[in-house]
Design a protein around this ligand. Structure first.
Ligand SMILES: *Cc1c(COP(=O)(O)O)cnc(C)c1O
Length: 407
């Protein structure tokens, strides 16, 4: 594909720092870049300490486990997310309770979470017991979808009210701040988790991080990911993991962080072009801009609000033929085979939205020329297909699942 969706820009100090790792022989999980990267992530997220790990999925899993969530527990997760959010819950031993998103901002619907807690759980000696399954609801995992803001203060308040932990999937939201410039870890949530996978705003090749306001949580997380070792000898006090980040990965991360402001600026510029694109076509809308803090616009693009869903696949095919990497957006978790039996709310929003969302190329280093190619190809398609609806094309059946899976 000529213009990929999101690839890293590694033209800063990445090579120089990697050379330092090799020359010093600090290539493994001990090394100066690990400490530096942890300190910088802590600073950015408003915690005293951060713990870097091997992936964003692991960051979420370790945050949950460190907070005491385990087999038999329930964790609320939005269905409209990358499947890793749900996988992390399963890896911790708990089960997911998949919940629909709000139509306005696409993220986990706070009011719906409250309603489900009030209607479907009851107070029990161990916490909020889900009546039908008998499981204890222990946590909620709001996801900062597209790198946009979420009402973290609202979730934190809901958590306090019902004795639930709030673990934020900020995998794609590095650089985000909550309302009023508050750092994410200072919003009252229990943990904030990032990913540094290759397609994220900054990358380590692969990696993740956990930040939290509570220092003890960070100490326990660091212990849990590094074999539970105590002291200098081979003494271990728990069955723990080796989920550490290596100095090599952290070296890339440190170099990437140096350019975070520049990457975030470029994401805003690219997003603004796609907002303008949406404004030119009556069947397109911009991605939402929730008012709960900064929007890092990890992913930006447009979405289809018209009545002929067959156009969505036609648009994807058109963009592919123009050399643009336009894929189907995340299929909601409740429609994925491993979660077909999971506890789930009704999903009118997730099922309606996902086939309509078009994440357009948004690499931190996207060139003006490539951006112009993307926008011209999209203008061409929507200029020719303005105002079509299903009654005229006759190509659509009712119901999100069927529509989405045609072609
Ligand atoms: C990328 C991502 C993850 C997983 O991160 P990995 O580093 O790939 O394990 C989890 N949740 C969301 C929303 C993501 O975008």
């Amino acid at each position: 594909m000529k213009i990929p969706l999101a690839i890293p820009d590694l033209t800063g100090n990445e090579s120089a720092y990697l050379q330092e790792c090799i020359a010093s022989s600090f290539v493994s999980s001990v090394g100066p870049f690990v400490h530096r990267f942890e300190a910088e992530i802590a600073e950015l997220s408003g915690s005293n300490r951060a713990v870097v790990v091997s992936s964003g999925t692991v960051a979420l899993q370790i945050a949950l486990e460190t907070l005491g969530i385990s087999a038999g527990d329930l964790v609320m997760v939005p269905s409209l997310t990358f499947i890793a959010s749900a996988n992390a819950v399963r890896h911790s031993g708990a089960n997911v309770w998949l919940v629909d998103s709000g139509r306005e901002y696409w993220s986990l619907d706070l009011a719906l979470c409250r309603r489900l807690i009030e209607d479907e759980t009851e107070q029990h000696a161990k916490g909020r017991r889900h009546v039908a399954s008998g499981r204890i609801l222990r946590a909620i995992m709001p996801v900062m979808i597209m790198g946009a803001s979420v009402d973290l203060e609202g979730f934190a308040a809901l958590g306090r009210e019902f004795g639930l932990r709030i673990v934020v999937d900020a995998a794609a939201a590095i650089g985000a701040e909550a309302s009023g410039g508050t750092n994410l870890a200072k919003t009252g949530v229990d943990a904030v988790c990032y990913s540094f996978n290759g397609n994220k705003t900054i990358t380590c090749g692969g990696g993740g991080a956990i930040a939290a306001a509570e220092d003890e949580l960070m100490v326990n997380a660091a212990h849990l990911i590094s074999t539970g070792r105590v002291g200098e000898n081979y003494e271990h006090d728990i069955v723990a993991y080796n989920h550490r980040m290596t100095n090599i990965q952290a070296a890339v991360g440190v170099a990437q962080l140096e350019r975070l402001p520049q990457f975030l600026r470029r994401k805003q510029e690219v997003g603004a072009y796609y907002d303008d694109l949406a404004a030119r076509h009556s069947d397109l809308s911009p991605f939402p801009a929730p008012p709960f803090g900064s929007n890092t616009r990890w992913f930006s693009g447009v979405w289809y609000t018209g009545g002929d869903l067959s156009l969505c696949n036609a648009f994807r095919a058109h963009m592919k033929s123009a050399g643009v990497d336009l894929r189907q957006f995340w299929k909601p978790v409740h429609l994925q085979a491993p979660y077909s039996d999971a506890l789930a709310s009704r999903m009118p929003v997730a099922e309606d939205l996902w086939p309509r969302i078009f994440p357009l190329p948004c690499s931190s280093g996207l060139s003006a020329e490539d951006l112009a190619t993307v926008v011209a190809a999209a203008d061409d398609f929507w200029g020719r297909n303005a105002g079509r609806d299903a009654s005229r094309s006759g190509a659509v059946t009712a119901g999100g699942r069927t529509e989405a899976e045609c072609g």
